[in-house]
Design a binder for this molecule. Structure first.
Ligand SMILES: Cc1cc2nc3c(=O)[nH]c(=O)nc-3n(C[C@H](O)[C@H](O)[C@H](O)COP(=O)(O)OP(=O)(O)OC[C@H]3O[C@@H](n4cnc5c(N)ncnc54)[C@H](O)[C@@H]3O)c2cc1C
Ligand code: SF4
Length: 604
């Protein structure tokens, strides 16, 4: 089971995959199951989710009761063992001084990347999302349609396990019959919100989330995913049988030792390694892609972080799946004589049109949720329901004053108490103390809810990254410099979110908390999260039909160098309100199929 050192690498591989997260994991999985010899290079350390996940520790077991610190921004028990908004020795810089024009970059440096932590929300882009320009004249159309990607959505959902339901709503695609796992029942606060949101015309439906609510069908699914490949079926069947169903008890952000939730480290990498076709070198920081005399990619140069040595690896195909902006950085840092501006950059588009998701949130206190009898509402460690965008027709008529929509994520309830639980309670208890204060604490605990928007961003010229001409990281590799700009569409969308959330809370008979209660409309625009804060980084090497206007074709294959692929979010040409990772994996599977086809034809 080769997790190897650079010294143990083979002389050459079919494919080098850079990164081990959703993109790298999916690409390596598909390739190795179909027989390709793959070398995966991962900048972070090896990580064993079965042994290292602190599933059952309480906040009291952690320093500072587990609160967020600069090196653990999501709390002490978070699965991200290395990474965050800042990584020591690996800075990034900003073009603009104005904080509103800056991008905040969240990176995970570990086996499996951000998939060990992610929220697991797994929404499909809909038909409109792939052809937005045709609909409203803004942004770009993708060179693929929903129908092209739908079979890959099905495959990824069957592989990773996604709960949810088919509701037949506009631009909110159904999965094929039998693909989804049954959704968990809504919690009390979710049912209450659903009832009141229905009165406002907002449908609340089961969210799609990558968590197993029952064991995978390890006999029936493998033949569907790998038809005609009995070896792959056997390996996948074994891997699926080793995954348990969720036991509804622990925060998924810490990781899941029983493999009930999708992480690259629990779903993609174990079967890929089982094929015997995958070697993984951890602590391998890739600096650049190398070219042969024909101008084709022939490998990469990386820094072995354990020794600081520069190493070379060789392959027929190179795939970057290091996360969108990291892949852009590798391209820009690969500057052979014939490509002084970086690889695959003949258009000058590498680094352009980076995107995040529009986000803003408001909380409220809901009297109807006070004094609920104690009950187990931990559930599947995250959302059970959500509200898809519901104003497509009004928007098309021009009634809203902004383009593109958002979905609503919301929640509340009685999570495990931590530092800060009960903070601000004195605002409700009117000075009670002693026994009365304890009664008040019980009364109000669980009566607070938050509402958060996740909205589409249209790519724009002001949001980009480039190499900083002066600053290098601890390995001597030039770092990225970011610029950011929200357009009027995103600012107005955030304003609409805030107004909607206030309306929902008031409709529920609740009280809006914080400054949001008294905000003038202009302030709602300022409440938009900074670029990067939602951690849905995509774009930077957009795909298209025209080699003069895009970096890759529809197969994530760079136009300039046919054996160089980008399978993370870099080729995204828009960032629909749907969280991006399911689409990253679907496109990566499709790209890997394309590579296999090209290799079999002898074209690569
Ligand atoms: C808190 C949080 C919540 C999220 N919630 C959701 C959600 O609910 N739904 C959703 O769709 N998405 C969510 N995301 C986003 C999701 O995690 C990413 O979209 C997804 O992980 C992207 O996959 P990736 O493979 O491109 O990048 P990553 O998962 O980040 O993996 C990239 C890997 O490449 C490695 N790497 C980077 N540079 C190099 C290099 N030069 N050489 C070698 N290796 C390198 C990194 O160490 C890392 O392991 C969330 C993210 C976070 C942090
Ligand atoms: S809630 Fe379920 S899926 Fe999440 S970590 Fe716990 S057991 Fe795993």
């Amino acid at each position: 089971m080769p997790i190897i050192t650079p010294q143990q690498m083979q002389a050459g591989y079919d494919v080098i995959v850079v990164g081990s997260g959703a993109a790298g994991g999916q690409t390596a999985y598909t390739l190795t199951m179909e027989g390709a010899k793959v070398l995966m290079l991962e900048a972070g350390r090896d990580y064993d989710p079965v042994a290292e996940t602190p599933m059952f520790q309480t906040s009291a077991d952690a320093p500072l009761r587990g609160v967020a610190t600069p090196d653990k921004p999501f709390g002490f028990h978070d699965a991200t063992v290395e990474g965050g908004w800042q990584i020591p020795g690996e800075p990034y810089t900003q073009v603009h001084q104005d904080p509103a024009r800056q991008f905040e970059w969240w990176r995970a440096r570990m086996m499996g990347g951000r998939t060990n932590h992610w929220g697991r929300h797994s929404l499909r882009n809909g038909p409109y999302d792939f052809k937005p320009r045709s609909r409203d004249g803004l942004g770009f159309d993708w060179p693929v349609s929903y129908d092209d990607i739908a079979p890959y959505y099905d495959k990824v959902e069957m592989l990773i396990g996604v709960y949810g339901e088919n509701e037949g709503l506009e631009n909110t695609p159904d999965s094929s019959p039998g693909v989804l796992q049954p959704p968990p029942a809504p919690r009390a606060n979710e049912l209450l919100a659903k009832k009141h949101m229905a009165r406002l015309g907002i449908s609340v439906i089961p969210i799609h989330r990558a968590v197993l609510t029952r064991r995978l069908d390890h006999v029936g699914l493998p033949p569907k995913l790998h038809p005609g490949n009995p070896r792959a079926q056997r390996i996948l069947g074994k891997a699926m049988s080793e995954r348990a169903a969720c036991f509804w008890a622990t925060p998924c952000g810490r990781g899941c030792a029983i493999r009930a939730t999708y992480q690259s480290t629990t779903v993609h990498l174990p079967p890929a390694l089982d094929t015997g076709n995958l070697d993984i070198v951890p602590n391998a920081m890739v600096r650049e892609v190398t070219l042969d005399a024909r101008g084709l990619a022939d490998g990469v140069i990386f820094i072995d972080k354990t020794t600081g040595w520069e190493c070379r690896a060789k392959a027929r195909i190179v795939v970057l799946g290091a996360s969108s902006c990291e892949s852009v950085r590798v391209l820009l840092n690969s500057r052979p004589a014939q490509f002084p501006d970086g690889l695959a950059n003949s258009t000058g588009l590498v680094g352009r049109y980076i995107m995040d998701t529009v986000g803003t949130a408001i909380s409220g206190q809901i009297p109807a949720l006070e004094n609920l009898p104690p009950h187990n509402e931990d559930g599947a460690g995250g959302l059970h329901v959500y509200a898809p965008w519901w104003l497509y027709r009004e928007q098309l008529r021009g009634d809203l004053g902004f383009a593109r929509g958002y979905h609503i994520e919301f929640g509340g309830g009685r999570g495990m108490p931590g530092m800060g639980t009960g903070a601000g309670l004195e605002g409700f208890t009117r000075g009670s103390y002693g026994r009365r204060f304890k009664e008040d604490a019980r009364r109000f605990y669980g009566s607070f809810m938050w509402f958060s928007g996740r909205g589409e961003m249209i790519p724009n010229e002001g949001s980009y990254c480039e190499l900083d001409p002066a600053v290098k990281d601890r390995w001597g590799i030039p770092v990225l410099r970011f610029a950011w700009q929200w357009s009027e569409h995103e600012l107005k969308q955030a304003e609409h979110m805030s107004e909607t959330f206030r309306t929902i809370i008031r409709e529920m008979g609740g009280k809006v908390l914080g400054h949001a209660a008294n905000r003038k409309r202009i302030d709602d625009r300022a409440a938009i999260e900074k670029g990067g804060r939602i951690i849905h980084e995509v774009g930077g090497a957009i795909m298209g039909e025209d080699a003069k206007k895009s970096v890759t074709n529809q197969w994530c294959q760079t136009w300039d160098i046919p054996n160089l692929y980008l399978t993370d979010g870099a080729p995204f040409v828009g960032n629909a309100d749907k969280n991006p990772t399911l689409t990253i994996m679907a496109l990566a599977w499709r790209a890997a199929d394309h590579m296999m086809g090209e290799m079999k034809k002898g074209a690569l």
